[in-house]
Ligand binder design. Structure first.
Ligand code: GLC
Ligand code: GLC
Length: 649
């Protein structure tokens, strides 16, 4: 263990060596903008000890450690010099208010640029719509240059500095970011940093046998070592390729490259500090375009070590913290969002002000769907009681659907406490959401079925999984109403439970599965495309007509969004689970600044009641009813309609 004062001494010594050399190299920029240099060095002195500590943890054994460290400092300085003034002002504002994202005004939306509005200019024209819905955070799915045809929805990036020409230009992206900011919206994009596409310049060079670039990836001259690694690896996309490696040819000879996801997505080699430095530059480049939140894609996979599962290793955390330190030096306004769809014990390890300030909450997502299927709330209630609270300066991003499949990432140990067998229960959930279980309302598809283990995950839009598709095509009005209530119920929870709610755009008008992906050779093998349809603006036009289905759903969303925005108790403060003594009804109370709100969510299709004792204990009669169909009168029980979502505050 190195002592703090030792680090500070070492940091001072290293900077004394590095800074004069960087000053020499950047003389011209410094003379032109001495104030910027001063700002930079203040932050550098402040944060460099942490950065050094982290960087050394991973790279100190390298003979060329100081060369790379100096190179990193120089990159940060270069990118700081070209950081636009308005963003430097945003840096100051965010440093003064680092908890900006914890406000009840925050509301996220996510969409594909092409599918939602054709291109970046189209997205700009949708700003009035985003404001109408109340969004303050928009995640535009990967919009960078990518291979033609299959590119994993853009997650195979060929250049982080070029927008896919069919969507627009980098210049348009930065001016969009500015327009967003004026409209009170933060731009979120991915940093796909675990891998690049096999067409990225680095990969192209590696394919030509250039050793400098071969060392950017995990490339092996034979299948031997890969097979050793594979003894402990999970298969992520087994339908696409077995194992985690793909063959390619260099100078007529077969080689194997690490490909956790698709064979055209090459995993980067972070054991090489040059990879860290180059990716840090790409990150700062994007920050300088006005990106405010970076969604760190596939965080769990960035470090590999023989004999381990190569997920969630300690070095992955160290590296992300090092990126965070780089950001605090050269683009402090940047916020990191973690995408770790792993065991809940591991998910939380990525969340801290020094690592990722915000994170997807895959557990809440999975358990909302679990409660709809089982009509019972015990796993959900247990998870909220035990796993929802986060440390200061961080927040969950709560969602019900995104562009990916649903994996049942609850904890087997938690389930066992309630007498539930995790494996069996996952099999049940998969059957249920594929519509193969008696009483299922869902129309989902299997994703990445593994013939060896029998595992799979589930694809489908929120509406189709919640029963709307089946109700419209096979049932009737009553079932349609129940499906709408399911959609609103789970969204009601993410809007009131705390953290940042995130809406997968299209869900607010009840978009159904789109099976046409099967006709597209670039998509037919990936069922996630069933829930990535093109936005239907004819349907959106009906959103204010309360007699239309779209209007009915949209109005439900708008009402609950308003509720959130008018009561800060739904963001800050504390969450307490209410034991409702009814296995179908989730209850929780939020308190903040002396205010409180109580929420009940009935996950069953039959009416339920909450006993007078509980009404009394939480003095609910002293609160006003803010949402829901039912009233409560003193000393009597609270009746809840099927799938009702009730809020008192
Ligand atoms: C993330 C993305 C997913 C993609 C994978 C590989 O998990 O959400 O869509 O397939 O990373 O980049
Ligand atoms: C796996 C990965 C996750 C990714 C997903 C895509 O679950 O753990 O990162 O989003 O696959 O399907």
């Amino acid at each position: 263990m190195i002592e703090t004062h030792q680090i500070e001494t070492e940091a001072r010594r290293s900077l004394a060596r590095i800074l004069p050399r960087v000053e020499q190299t950047l003389k011209r920029s410094i003379t032109k903008d001495p104030q910027a240099w001063r700002q930079f060095t203040v932050r550098l002195h402040d944060i460099f000890p942490s950065l050094l500590y982290l960087y050394a943890e991973v790279y100190s054994e390298r003979y060329d450690f100081f060369y790379h460290l100096e190179d990193l400092v120089e990159s940060m300085a270069r990118l700081w010099f070209i950081r636009p003034q308005d963003l430097r002002e945003l840096d100051d504002a965010r440093e003064k208010n680092p908890h900006w994202f914890q406000s009840n005004q925050m509301l996220g939306g996510v969409c594909y640029v092409d599918l939602f509005a054709n291109n970046l200019e189209g997205i700009r024209k949708k700003i009035p719509y985003f404001k109408e819905l109340g969004l303050t955070y928009i995640h535009l799915m990967p919009l960078f240059k990518a291979p033609e045809g299959e590119n994993d929805g853009g997650y195979a990036v060929s250049s982080y500095r070029d927008v896919n020409p069919s969507l627009g230009t980098m210049k348009q992206l930065s001016s969009l970011a500015r327009d967003f900011r004026e409209a009170g919206i933060s731009l979120v994009v991915d940093l796909v940093f675990n891998h690049t596409s096999n067409e990225h310049l680095w990969a192209e060079r590696a394919k030509q046998g250039d050793e400098e670039y071969m060392d950017f990836y995990r490339i092996f001259p034979s299948r031997e070592l890969p097979s050793h690694y594979e003894q402990n690896l999970r298969e992520i996309f087994p339908e696409e390729h077995a194992g985690a490696f793909s063959p390619f040819i260099i100078n007529g000879k077969e080689h194997w490259v690490w490909t956790t996801f698709h064979s055209y997505q090459w995993d980067l080699n972070y054991a090489n500090p040059a990879v860290f430095n180059r990716m840090a530059e790409e990150m700062l480049f994007l920050a300088n375009q006005g990106v405010e939140v970076l969604r760190l894609d596939a965080v769990a996979f960035i470090w590999k070590q023989l004999g381990t599962g190569c997920e969630n290793l300690p070095q992955a955390h160290t590296l992300i913290k090092a990126f965070n330190a780089v950001a605090r030096i050269a683009s402090p306004a940047l916020t990191f969002k973690s995408e770790a769809i792993v065991h809940p014990d591991d998910v939380v390890k990525y969340i801290s002000p020094e690592e990722c300030q915000i994170s997807y909450n895959p557990l809440l997502m999975a358990l909302l769907w679990n409660s709809l299927a089982t009509r019972k709330i015990r796993l959900l209630s247990q998870a909220l009681a035990k796993r929802f609270k986060l440390g200061a300066g961080t927040a969950w991003v709560n969602y019900v659907r995104v562009h990916d499949d649903i994996g049942w990432t609850f904890s087997d140990e938690d389930a066992a406490i309630l007498g539930v067998n995790g494996g069996d229960h996952r099999r049940f959930l998969n059957e249920f959401y594929r519509g193969r279980f008696e009483g299922s309302f869902a129309r989902g598809l299997p994703f990445q079925e593994n013939p060896v283990t029998g595992d799979c995950r589930i694809s489908g839009t929120c509406a189709s999984l919640a029963g709307l598709e089946k109700a419209l095509h096979e049932e009737g009005e009553k079932e349609v109403e129940l499906a709408v209530r399911r959609i609103l119920l789970i969204h009601g929870i993410i809007l009131t439970v705390g953290g940042i709610p995130l809406i997968y755009l299209g869900d607010e008008i009840g978009t159904l599965n789109d099976y046409t992906y099967r006709d597209d050779p670039a998509h037919e093998r990936d069922s996630r495309w069933v829930h990535r349809p093109r936005a239907d603006w004819e349907k959106y036009k009906k959103r204010n007509n309360l007699h239309s289905l779209e209007g009915h759903i949209f109005h439900g969303f708008r009402t609950m969004i308003e509720l959130r925005k008018q009561n800060d108790v739904f963001a800050g403060g504390e969450l307490e689970i209410i034991p409702t003594e009814n296995e179908h009804v989730l209850g929780f109370m939020r308190t903040h600044d002396g205010k409180r709100a109580v929420v009940f969510a009935n996950f069953s299709e039959s009416p339920q009641t909450i006993a007078p004792r509980i009404i009394g204990q939480y003095s609910i009669t002293s609160l006003k009813k803010l949402h829901g169909r039912n009233h409560v009168s003193p000393n009597s029980s609270l009746p809840l309609e099927p799938l009702d979502f009730v809020v008192f505050g």
